[in-house]
Design a protein around this ligand. Structure first.
Ligand code: MRU
Length: 370
């Protein structure tokens, strides 16, 4: 997508030095646009854990590149190649538990590396697999846009030129993937084809991915949007101000239960109560083909209490953090919640839109049927 008129992906190999991965360090957005150079698997693990990169698809792509860096490092160190790769896989997988794309990409890399012959073939294979994971992520997100734009266009046809109001939570935009995004991809596609769209952007405390990231990328693309406090969605739905909800997913069971950023479940309940369609956009890499019951089977990340107790932003041209709560008050920081499939109108995938139930999902992805 474009930043100041220039095309960027969120992660790429450094031109001229392919032992280095470059990525957009999202901690500084929207105030500064910083590109970070990552040279080792330890640095990539830190970038994922500390959320320089975040979002399910991008976490997957970053761990794919992380495994490639691990292969380069293992070859240089001269120690046991396979052992180093196994340790690297464990390190990466331990960074964030909820986004299933992480383990999916690491396992895909381990297989690609295992199947190659010599060490230099293994490095080449890991490089190709990392690039392929990133490319597929972008392509799948582009297809999600094509399929999902029809939903917005159908609503627009009934609104006599008034904008279609889409509510989204967190950032499932291009910053959460390699390009295009999942939840935002249909919005960009509809906007680009001339459909008037306006987006209600949930602020998404505590990390504020909505107000910091989604608002920024919609602005870069020229899409009308309004940032709202996290609790405003129900009120807007009661007053007919939301035509459609589209959110992303960090892990979706093969039965259609959706783990997404904390607060998504409450939006789904409000949408259900108000008859507002609630769609989840996800590439197939975000399905967990082993998990049946989302509430029981999906691990929910808990992060540090300081993210809740404090807030950060930009003050006088500098990054600043302030404390909000009484210093002694404990805080809990659950990163995700699970929306049961009965509250989900449909899933927008790279292959098309299906109902959020086992039968429809496996009909769309028969390659994963047991
Ligand atoms: O904690 P994050 O920022 O990595 O969370 C991911 C998200 O942005 C959301 O949950 C998103 O809607 C799904 S990821 C495409």
């Amino acid at each position: 997508m474009n930043v100041g008129g220039q095309h960027f992906r969120t992660i790429w190999l450094k031109p001229g030095d392919e032992a280095v991965v470059e990525l957009i360090d999202q901690r500084w957005l929207p105030h500064r646009f910083v590109i970070e150079e990552v040279r080792s698997v330890a640095e990539m693990a830190a970038a994922i854990r500390d959320m320089h990169v975040r979002g399910a698809g991008l976490i997957g792509a970053a761990s794919g590149y992380g495994m490639y860096l691990a292969a380069v490092e293992a070859a240089r160190s001269g120690s046991n190649f396979d052992e180093e790769l196994t340790t690297a896989a464990q390190t990466l997988k331990a960074t964030r538990p909820t986004a299933v794309n992480l383990g999916w990409a690491v396992d895909r890399q381990l297989q690609a590396i295992r199947e190659a012959g010599t060490i230099s073939e293994k490095i080449a294979s890991a490089r190709d697999a990392a690039e392929q994971i990133a490319l597929e992520d972008a392509e799948h997100c582009r297809s999600i846009g094509r399929h999902g734009a029809g939903l917005i266009t159908q609503i627009a046809a009934k609104k006599n030129g008034a904008p279609v109001n889409v509510l989204t939570h967190c950032n499932a935009g291009w910053l959460a993937f390699v390009d295009y995004g999942s939840a935002t991809s249909p919005i960009y596609a509809a906007h680009d084809s001339g459909v008037p769209v306006h987006v209600w952007v949930d602020e998404t405390r505590p990390r504020s991915q909505g107000s910091k990231l989604t608002a920024w990328e919609l602005g870069q693309h020229g899409v009308r949007h309004t940032v709202i406090a996290d609790n405003a969605g129900g009120h807007l739905m009661q007053h007919g101000e939301v035509d459609l909800v589209i959110v992303g997913s960090d892990r979706t069971t093969y039965t259609g239960d959706v783990a997404n950023k904390i607060g998504t479940y409450l939006k789904a309940l409000a949408a259900h109560d108000n008859g507002v369609p609630f769609y989840v956009a996800l590439p197939s890499s975000s399905f967990d083909w082993q998990a049946r019951d989302g509430v029981r089977d999906i691990p929910i990340e808990q992060r540090g209490a300081d993210e809740v107790k404090c807030a950060d932003g930009w003050l006088d041209g500098r990054h600043a953090e302030v404390c909000i709560t009484p210093a002694d008050s404990p805080a809990a920081n659950y990163g995700f919640d699970v929306t049961p499939h009965r509250l989900v109108t449909g899933l927008i995938t790279e292959r098309g839109i299906c109902a959020a139930n086992e039968q429809s999902i496996l009909a769309m992805f028969p390659d994963h049927a047991r």
